[in-house]
Each structure stands twice: as structure tokens, then as C-alpha cells.
Write a protein that binds this ligand. Structure first.
Ligand code: ZN
Length: 293
């Protein structure tokens, strides 16, 4: 329940460290073998839009199988339930978010296109602390549950941000339904950073996020997300999908992982990133007091 100290009125958008998705539940089902999901053949590469070009569907398989999406409201009388239902069309928001997660984490034209075989996602709105977390169901890790706090939804401030905030939280959690996790050995900070990197690239970063260097590369959440964005820009579009792919089916070992992926250790890359912030983009880099350096 890592609720981080927060200065903004809105509570921390994503809470709990959810290794569950990754380590406990998801990985046994997900990773050990190679290609689970459909075909390597190529659906049209997409931008972030949710539309999927179906023009030559005869040749290309669908870009990915949409999971069965469910919504479960455990307390309809809760103000958070009222606000959730009034603020967004859950079916539309969820299916669009799934499509975006796919388009950002997987490149359909890549030979190694192989998302996990997540078959269903159930969003459960319930009275609980924190913000949200994702887990596999007990019986089958391919069926995911995203638990969202009704109190959190009720408290999003300003209220006009409700739809954007919920969409951002759901997008973050959906990443946990579709990312690889090195058989449960990926550092939690990297798992969370990838989730927020996707959120960032969906244009759903909340106002309190700051592009600044925290004290370490794997501090997680937006701290790591902006670092990953730096890598994506420096090493080219598709870098983070490659990183995600490299987390599939084998254990994470820091030195070899980063050296094989980008030709140098992550500490070096982090130093380069910090330097780039100091040098280039001061305006946006140092708004808040930095934690350590
Ligand atoms: Zn998360």
C-alpha cells in the first residue's frame, strides 16, 4: 500500500505495488512458454488511436483479441459509484484503453509480437483504501481483476478531472494485465514505471506529475516513466516495447538485461538522463524540491 506523499489535492493515482499481477498470479500462466497469443503476422501498426485498421483483414489477423470486459459495482449507493457511472462509458473507456496499451507495448509488425493471453478483465469498484490494484483471479491468471477504490473515485479533485483520472488509473492497471514481468523477477519499480509510461503516452498524466529525476531509476511510477520516455526518444521508437519483450519468459538480471538491450548499464543511462534534465529542460525539470539530488 505504498501511498506516496502527495502535495496535490488529488490522492496518489496509483497505489499499491502490485507485484501480484506480475509475480504471483500472472506469471505462472503467462510467461513460461513462448508464443501464446496469435500469430506473428502483421496487423497494421497503429498510432495511439483505438481504431484498428481492418482494411486487409483477409491477410492480417485482428491486431489482438479484446478481452471480455466486465464491470462489477459492489456498492451502488456509494458516491464513488454514482460518480464513476456518471463520468464515463466504461465499455468504451476500457476497450479504448486496452487498444492503446497494446499499441504502445507491442508492435504488431514485429516478429516477436506476443502479448500475454489475458482473456478477461473485470473492473471491481469497491470500498477499499488506496487507489487501485490488479491481480489475477485465483483459478486462472489469464483472468484479471482490477480493483478500484470507490472512495478514491469519489474524492478526485477537481471533479471535472474525474473521467480523465479514472481513465488514467484504469490504463495504468490495464498495463499490468498485458505487460511481461520476467517470470516475476522484474523489479517492481520497472513494472510500475512501464505502466505509467503507457499512461503518459496516452496523454493521461495527472497535473501533479513532474519530469524530474528522483533518487534512482527504479523508484517507479512517473519517476521511472519519464526515464523510460527518455530512453524511447534516445534509442528510437519501439525501445520500450523491446524492453517489455525482453521481460518475457526469462529472469531479469540487471547487468545483462540493460547491456543487451541498450548497450550499456542502466546506471549509466540514468546518469545520462539526469544530465539531460540538468542541461536541457530546466524549465520543466525542477519545479518541486528534488528529493535527493
Ligand atoms: Zn501499478
Amino acid at each position: 500500500m505504498a501511498r506516496l506523499p502527495q502535495t496535490t489535492p488529488a490522492p496518489q493515482p496509483i497505489m499499491v505495488f502490485m507485484p501480484q499481477t506480475s509475480s504471483k498470479d500472472a506469471s505462472p500462466g503467462q510467461a513460461p512458454t513462448t508464443t501464446t497469443a496469435a500469430a506473428t503476422a502483421t496487423p497494421a501498426p497503429e498510432q495511439s488511436s483505438s481504431t484498428t485498421a481492418a482494411t486487409d483483414a483477409t491477410v492480417r489477423p485482428p491486431p489482438f483479441a479484446q478481452p471480455k470486459l466486465r464491470l462489477e459495482v459492489r456498492d451502488l449507493a456509494h458516491p464513488g459509484a454514482t460518480r464513476f457511472l456518471a463520468s464515463l462509458d466504461a465499455a468504451q473507456v476500457l476497450s479504448t484503453a486496452v487498444a492503446r496499451v497494446h499499441s504502445l507495448l507491442y508492435r504488431p509488425d514485429a516478429a516477436d509480437y506476443s502479448p500475454p493471453p489475458t482473456r478477461s478483465v473485470t473492473v471491481i469498484l469497491r470500498d477499499m483504501g488506496g487507489v487501485a490494484y490488479t491481480t489475477g483471479t485465483e483459478l486462472d491468471g489469464d483472468h484479471k481483476e482490477i480493483h478500484v477504490s470507490l472512495a478514491y473515485v469519489a474524492g478526485v479533485s477537481p471533479a471535472s478531472r474525474t473521467a480523465a483520472e479514472i481513465t488514467g488509473v484504469l490504463t495504468h492497471e490495464l498495463v499490468h494485465c498485458y505487460q511481461w514481468n520476467a517470470l516475476g523477477t522484474c523489479p517492481g519499480g520497472l513494472i510500475e514505471g512501464i505502466a505509467d509510461w503507457v499512461r503518459l503516452n496516452c496523454g493521461l498524466s495527472p497535473p501533479h506529475w513532474q519530469k524530474k529525476a528522483g533518487d534512482k531509476w527504479d523508484a517507479g511510477y512517473q519517476n521511472t516513466a519519464y526515464f523510460l520516455q527518455y530512453l524511447e526518444e534516445r534509442f528510437g521508437s519501439g525501445t520500450i516495447p523491446r524492453l517489455n519483450e525482453k521481460l518475457r519468459g526469462k529472469h531479469y538480471e540487471e547487468k545483462t538485461f540493460w547491456t543487451e538491450l541498450l548497450g550499456r548499464p542502466v546506471d549509466q543511462l540514468w546518469k545520462d538522463y539526469v544530465k539531460s534534465l540538468e542541461g536541457g529542460s530546466k524549465g520543466q525539470a525542477v519545479d518541486e524540491a528534488t528529493q535527493t539530488s
